[in-house]
Design a binder for this molecule. Sequence first.
Ligand SMILES: [Zn+2]
Length: 379
Amino acid sequence: MYHLHNFRKPRAAAVITLYASKPAPILACPFQVILLQAQSTPGRQKNHVIQKGTKTVPSGRSHNMEKPVIRNRAVFPMKKSITFVLPLMLLLIFSCGCRLAVGSPSKFTIIAVENFLADIAQNIAGDRLTVGPLIPYGIEPHEFEPTPRDMITVSNSDLLIVNGGGLEGWLESGLNTVGGSRIVITASAGLASRSGGGGSAPAETDPHFWLNPVLVRTYVSNILGGLIQLDPEGESVYRRNADSYIAALDKLDQWIEIRVAQVPADQRILITNHESLGYFADRYGFTILGSIFPGVSPDAQPTASQLVNLIDKIRTSGTRAIFLDTGTNPQMADQIAQETGCSVITGLYTHSLTPPGGVASTYLDMMRYDVNLLVDALL
Ligand SMILES: [Zn+2]
């Protein structure tokens, strides 16, 4: 029995209010920049606006003023407003010499864009440094739209870890305008993109390297280099931690091979909502039959002929299941399943971990959870 997590895509809507008053807990400035935004995970509810006159600390608690009036209205669509909102915010913040706290007690601020990257990096950093994720749990990185606060977090980072491979296209332009200086590490640097295999993906870089744990060894190596560059005194600690984590990756790889071997080779067929499991398929002998969204990102809508082609392939192959990431609208997959008689399996965790305590709260747990889901459905 699987369930669908109805994660929402973030839609930024923010109101910035300036108060010449006493310092706030987070911004120790003469001016408080109060950024009111819908928080996610699951709570970045979209289009919430708190009207002028309401004073709210960034944690969302109200301060002895009139209650927030929340109404639905898009005020600042991010992509259109960031051009003028962000420079204003950065000017205010840096001109008053203050710095946002991001919850890290360590002397350096380390941000990994995706939460699975943060988990991998934290394993290497160990107890010496703290790594925080930028994208909240359950949010799709392909279509992530950063809030001004997200970009301030980036601007305050000493080390920024990105996946690369085109996954964070939204960040590339932002990094050119954000203030501060930092080390930027691309975790997938040095890995060659697959060509799309037998699936429906056109020729474009496939960023989903992390779904093959053997390739994550390269992530570990790149992240290790970034940590040593940031904090040379901790090199021996980071190297020791990296060795331990690589051993855990090797153990995971061996476990996956054994688990997958239970599925007859001719039943190792994968159909997903977008083509995210290519590197996984290459490593463990699966065939990517196709995907509902034809490509390595969920941007491209399928044409009618592509859907007909996919239905034909499913009927011919006799494959048993379509696998959907958490948060995916199952409507199109359900229609295909009705046409072909295959099952729709929701609940793959591929682009985000679950919050702590969930079934996939670490990268290693996420992979084990997904492999069990795939194998059980294909047996
Ligand atoms: Zn993807």
